[in-house]
Design a protein around this ligand. Structure first.
Ligand code: LLP
Length: 403
């Protein structure tokens, strides 16, 4: 991801910023679209993972649809050229304003998350003399075996409609003339790496599909959601998720009827590896018990480690063997001396925010590091820039592209 030229370029730039490697993004998109096309599967990009304009334009150019969770995402998807016939709108709390916006935009489908929501969409569609396409988001009670903060498909989660409410759903669909039932939708969690989880999901989808068929509903679309994980530990050697195995599970275990469409909503697996958060060391605090590297990026730029105990690989770009010559040429005398030291040190890598939780990771082994060193926090393309905040009245984090 970083060659000498890239790192030299970083030296000139104000940090922190997200660095997007568009080649990595395209390589990932090629792998995904190649693997899904084999089975005629449709992929919607879950925009919540990253709505950086260049990222959106690149993904749109590969012909994906868009999975949106707010009115503004619906608007942005259409502005970035995602065809309205490929836009789906999910979310447990869609406001009337957002539903109206999506109705006006004639999107492909609403993924409805409660019986009450079905009635509201019906009323709002009626007022516009329209029919809204609906998929029912069902909570299948399938364990995603991922961090509990990013698990969504268990009975205890707020998402989707529980299976014991399906009779009410069927009644609502029969009594709402401004709804057009299209299919069923699921999303059980994120950063899923165990393919057994998806097999279990397929089994539940097959059962629920039968339930609808038995009651006279034709299920045109099976939407299995997203959640495919990435390798946060090996971004260079395992940089593209195994889309082949992922889609094959659904090919093998999902009961797809003739003419039926199978849809996916991938976010993280498409964008995570294409970006790194680049920052500089502001201060090195050496203590008796601890050494701290204080960066100019913190939880305001990347909150995943603080919110989900998420692992991200941390690299000192100024102390890489291959880069050391260039670094020595361009850096101060103090750093030149340090280069000759082969020592590594354990650091708690922390941000500048006034919160103890503002720590990217404790006890990280890094080459001995110095003020001004460039630090990369890898695999930050998903739920990174988009979850940045202005806490402490911080500047908005920048974005830099490989081209
Ligand atoms: N579809 C629905 C309905 C979703 O709620 C999500 C993610 C996705 C698709 C895309 O999931 P993905 O393929 O990206 O796993 N901020 C957390 C992740 C939250 C995921 C929310 N929903 C994190 O940084 O790990």
């Amino acid at each position: 991801m970083f060659n000498t030229n890239t790192i030299n370029r970083f030296q000139q730039l104000e940090t922190p910023f997200y660095y997007y490697d568009l080649d990595v993004l395209r390589k990932t998109l090629e792998a995904c679209t190649g693997a899904s096309a084999k089975y005629g599967f449709h992929v919607h990009y879950a925009m919540k993972a990253n709505f950086n304009p260049k990222v959106l334009d690149t993904i749109q150019s590969f012909g994906l649809g868009a999975d949106c969770v707010s009115g503004n995402e619906v608007k942005a998807a259409i502005e970035h050229g995602f065809g309205k016939e490929k836009v789906v709108f999910a979310g447990v709390g869609k406001s009337d304003k957002e539903i109206n916006l999506a109705l006006d935009a004639d999107i492909f489908c609403f993924n409805a998350e409660s019986v009450q929501e079905l009635h509201i969409i019906n009323d709002l569609a009626k007022a516009k003399n329209k029919k809204a396409n609906i998929a029912i988001r069902i909570n299948p009670n399938v364990d995603a075996h991922t961090h509990h903060f990013i698990t969504t498909g268990l009975d205890e989660n707020k998402f989707g409609i529980n299976t014991w409410q399906l009779t009410d759903v069927a009644d609502a669909l029969r009594n709402c003339p401004n709804l057009q039932f299209l299919g069923i939708h699921f999303h059980i969690g994120s950063q899923i790496t165990d393919m057994e989880v998806y097999k279990n999901l397929c089994t539940r989808i097959n059962e629920i599909q039968d339930w609808f068929n038995d009651r006279g509903f034709e299920v045109k679309v099976l939407n299995t959601g997203g959640g495919l994980g990435v390798d946060y530990h090996n971004p260079d050697t395992n940089g593209v998720s195994d889309f082949e195995s992922y889609f094959k599970v659904f090919k093998d275990f999902l009961n797809v009827k003739p003419g039926q469409e199978v849809h996916f909503e991938l976010g993280r697996a498409l964008v995570a590896q294409s970006a790194a958060l680049i920052s500089r060391v502001l201060y090195v605090k050496n203590g008796i018990k601890k050494n701290f590297l204080v960066l100019d990026a913190g939880m305001t730029e990347l909150i995943r480690p603080m919110l989900y105990q998420a692992y991200h690989q941390i690299e000192n770009l100024s102390r890489r063997e291959s880069e050391s010559l260039e670094v020595r040429k361009s850096e101060s005398k103090e750093l030149e001396v340090s280069h000759h030291s082969p020592l590594t040190t354990h650091y708690d890598v922390v941000g500048p925010i006034c919160e103890s939780t503002d720590c990217f990771r404790k006890d990280v082994e890094l080459p001995q590091s110095f003020r001004g060193d460039l630090i990369a926090i890898r695999t930050s393309g998903a739920y990174g820039e988009v979850m940045a905040s202005g806490y402490n009245l911080r500047d908005r984090v920048g974005s830099v592209y490989s081209e």
